[in-house]
Structures are given as structure tokens and as C-alpha cells.
Ligand binder design. Structure first.
Ligand code: ZN
Length: 473
């Protein structure tokens, strides 16, 4: 009996050390308030209705920077500013794609970000269909040259969104592998799960090969049409015409606001991130208006609690995530001398589905804090994930430098029905799910900003990324 009592005491002491009672109580109050708070919905409604599409470098992008500065100012954050970022600027122009034989069909398609246009007379050529990048890599120049390559990979629907990595890899690199073998253009089945006649855009990696070729994505339904004809055994020809073009670089900004910390840990930063830009087809509600709304509303609740946090809470709305992570790279280089002051980062960039799992990427010695924090999230049906959280694309430079991450995994079952499409609009956002997200973020951010301990620091990740080499597939 005595041993049992001692163990219980020891556990209770350790418990009290990680998250003190007062912090725990306030976090629960904020969490419960967030579940009833409509601020996030109001934010994403304003962004999508008043600004809408905001592709990097466009007029909509510039309007979003102004909107974001106004938003963070009106919410009452301090040190609100735009930090200049140079971004690529691409214009999709007009596109037409049709099958010219054996059975004539017009196809619903969209240009991929960064695609060059076709010559004025268009491109008409026979189709070479493959199902994967690996299959394309095995083809010789003689088999590919002079053809339009069609990469017919069906994205898997998964709660984790896990089917996206294989599909987006094809979108990013298909044209590189095809161009190396002399293809005239690439056509891919959309990296998305919509069964409507709606194509999904997204970025192609650029400057990887001389002589860029056009890249377009077909809606899944239109990909079915092309696949049917390609399987007929008869030669299939396609005609493409596109006026897409890459324009001179433009200026955008990372928009930042803070709740300054008070006391001995005020120079330490809890970073909350999301991205300002969106693709041009929809109004960027789930990608990433929802993310902006979630983190801004979470920080606002902490501000309104009237008790300044011990650590500074910094909201960073990144420029140009979609087309090369310009803002994330700029932030990491501008703040390079203070990177180790970022005690933890959280990013919201996976829509507005409810959070179902809480993962982390922290030092082993800090896992007890995370487990205890999970206890505050569990009543919202959030399970504990592993300690290999990704965090999000915009946090990647800081994550690679060793910054710990807290990850809120959202339900992505339907996310890729709308992602990067014209259907990414406000009506796809469920208010209750959005508020549950805010509750999860505010709980974790408040705890991270107010506990004595931190989450440690992780080893640097030096693995290169952003290439289309086979070993990175
Ligand atoms: Zn996004």
C-alpha cells in the first residue's frame, strides 16, 4: 500500500510540474469559450467575400496583405507589420484541351501553376499514358519524345490526407521527368478526389529543366474519358492550347502580429502560422482562409483573457505558400539570429475539418508536457498521435532547423474534394468544426506560452528537398 501511495504522489508531483493548475484552469476556460466563439468564421467570411482569390503576385494578393494588416490591427495585436517578400507571379491565361481522336471530346482541365503556354497554334500530338512517375522514368527518350505524356494516377481518399503526397509529387515533377525525355507537354489526372467535373490546380516545380513544357490537370471525370480511349488500343491524340505565362517577380508580405509576453520569458516565441495566398480558381476558404481564421481567433481569445502570456505569441500569415514557400523561406532568413527563441510552432493549413489527433515533434524529455496537454484536448474527441508531427509547409524551414512542433491533425476525408479548385468556397466550412479547431489551438498555444518548461530543441534536418530526382520520389 505504501509503495502505491508513493508512486501516486510522485506521479502527481510530476503532473503538477509540467502544467501547473492555474495554467490548466485558464486553458480549459479558453478552450470552452472557443467552442462558442464565432470570431474565426467571421474572419474567413470576410476574407473570402471581400477579397477572394489571391494568387501570389496578383492584385488579390496585394489586397490580402492590406486586409490582413487591418485584421490583426483591429483584433488588437501589437507590432502588426508586413515584412516584404519577393514572390513569383504566374498568370494562367486561357486553356483548351480536347481529344482529337479516336473519339472527339472536349476536356475540362486547368493549367498547373508555373506552366508555360503553348505556341500560338497549340500542340497536337499522340498520348503516351503511364500510371506513375516510376513508369515514366523507365521510358527511353525514343518512347517519349514528341508525345504528350498522360500520367494517370488516381489519388486515394484518406482521413489523414495521405494519398496527396504521391499525387502532388506527380503534379510537381511529372513535367520535369517528361521534358527530360523529350515530351511536348504533360497532362495529369488531378491531384484531388473530386468526382465532379472540376480540375485541381497546384504548383509544378520550376527551373528544373531547360525548355519548360506545359502541364495541365484534368478533372477526374475527364481523366476517365481519356483513360477509356487510351485503353481502346487505338492511337489517341490530344490538342492543347494555353496562354499561361510566367511574369516578372512581384512584392508581397508576411503579415505578423503579436501578443507580447511579460516577464522573464518574454523574448521567447510561440509561433502560430497560416498562409495568406491562395490559388486563383476558388476563394481560398479551406486553403487557407480557415487556417488564418483559426490561429487569429485563438490568439484573440488569449488577448481578451486580459492576462498577458509569459512568452510572446506571434501570429505569422505567410506570403506565397502555394508556389514556392517564399514567405516561409524569407521569415526563416530574416529571423535567423532568433530561430532558437521560437520554442514551438503550430500551423493551420489543412482546411476546417475537426481535429481528431494531436501529434508532436518535441524532445523526448518534454513528452510528459505533451501527454498532459493531450489530457486537455481529449474531451474534444482528439486522440494522441505520435512524436513525428509534420506541422505544415510554412513551418518546414524552422522545423528543419530544430524547432519543436505541436500538430493538430484535422479530418481530411473530404478536404481533397475542394482543395485547389473553384469549389474552395466558404460554404464548405462547418462552423462547429472550425470552432473546435480554435479550441484545440488556443488550448495548446496558451499552455505553451505559460509553462515554466519548454519543448527542447531537435537535431537539424539537412536532407535537401524540392528536387525531382528519382531518389526523392
Ligand atoms: Zn494551403
Amino acid at each position: 500500500m505504501l509503495v502505491v501511495t508513493l508512486c501516486a504522489l510522485t506521479a502527481a508531483d510530476a503532473y503538477a510540474q509540467a502544467i501547473p493548475d492555474s495554467v490548466r484552469q485558464n486553458a480549459m476556460l479558453l478552450r470552452d469559450k472557443a467552442l462558442q466563439d464565432s470570431t474565426a468564421y467571421d474572419i474567413v467570411e470576410s476574407l473570402t467575400m471581400e477579397v477572394g482569390p489571391r494568387l501570389a503576385g496578383s492584385a488579390g494578393d496585394a489586397a490580402t496583405v492590406r486586409w490582413a494588416i487591418e485584421l490583426l490591427t483591429s483584433l488588437g495585436f501589437e507590432h502588426v507589420r508586413g515584412e516584404e517578400v519577393e514572390v513569383p507571379h504566374w498568370d494562367r491565361g486561357a486553356l483548351s484541351v480536347s481529344i482529337t481522336g479516336p473519339f472527339l471530346q472536349s476536356l475540362v482541365a486547368t493549367s498547373l501553376g508555373g506552366s508555360s503556354g503553348t505556341p500560338e497554334e497549340g500542340i497536337e500530338a499522340s498520348v503516351l499514358r503511364v500510371e506513375s512517375l516510376a513508369e515514366l522514368r523507365e521510358k527511353s527518350l525514343g518512347e517519349v519524345a514528341g508525345h504528350i505524356v498522360y500520367i494517370d494516377h488516381v489519388m486515394e481518399r484518406r482521413k489523414t490526407g495521405g494519398g496527396y503526397s504521391a499525387s502532388s509529387r506527380i503534379r510537381s515533377c511529372g513535367h520535369v521527368v517528361a521534358a527530360e525525355r523529350g515530351a511536348l507537354a504533360t497532362v495529369i489526372r488531378s491531384a484531388g478526389t473530386s468526382t465532379n467535373r472540376i480540375p485541381h490546380t497546384g504548383s509544378m516545380l520550376r527551373n528544373s529543366v531547360p525548355g519548360e513544357i506545359p502541364g495541365v490537370a484534368l478533372s477526374n471525370a475527364d481523366a476517365d474519358l481519356l483513360t477509356y480511349q487510351a485503353r481502346s488500343g487505338e492511337p489517341v491524340t490530344i490538342r492543347l492550347h494555353s496562354t499561361a505565362r510566367n511574369m516578372p517577380k512581384a512584392l508581397s508580405a508576411n503579415v505578423i502580429g503579436e501578443i507580447p509576453g511579460v516577464g522573464d520569458k518574454a523574448d521567447e516565441i510561440v509561433l502560430l502560422g497560416a498562409h495568406l495566398d491562395s490559388w486563383d480558381l476558388g476563394t481560398g476558404a479551406i486553403d487557407d482562409g480557415a487556417g488564418i481564421a483559426i490561429i487569429a481567433a485563438a490568439a484573440k481569445l488569449i488577448l481578451d483573457s486580459g492576462q498577458p502570456p509569459r512568452r510572446t505569441i506571434r501570429v505569422v500569415l505567410y506570403a506565397n505558400e502555394e508556389f514556392g514557400l517564399s514567405g516561409a523561406k524569407q521569415y526563416a532568413s530574416k529571423h535567423a539570429d532568433k530561430i532558437e527563441k521560437h520554442v514551438v510552432g503550430m500551423e493551420a493549413d489543412f482546411g476546417a475539418g475537426a481535429v481528431w489527433q494531436f501529434s508532436s515533434r518535441v524532445a523526448e524529455s518534454s513528452l510528459d508536457i505533451v501527454d498532459e496537454l493531450h489530457g486537455l484536448l481529449e474531451p474534444m474527441s482528439i486522440e494522441r498521435g505520435n512524436n513525428e508531427a509534420y506541422g505544415g509547409a510554412d513551418l518546414s524551414p524552422l522545423r528543419k532547423a530544430g524547432m519543436p512542433i505541436l500538430g493538430m491533425t484535422q479530418d481530411g476525408t473530404n478536404y481533397f474534394d475542394y482543395h485547389h479548385t473553384a469549389a474552395d468556397t466558404l460554404d464548405k466550412i462547418d462552423r462547429d468544426d472550425l470552432q473546435q479547431n480554435v479550441a484545440a489551438y488556443v488550448t495548446a498555444a496558451y499552455v505553451a506560452a505559460n509553462i515554466d518548461r519548454d519543448f527542447g530543441w531537435l537535431p537539424k534536418d539537412t536532407k535537401p528537398s524540392g528536387t525531382c530526382a528519382a531518389e526523392d520520389d
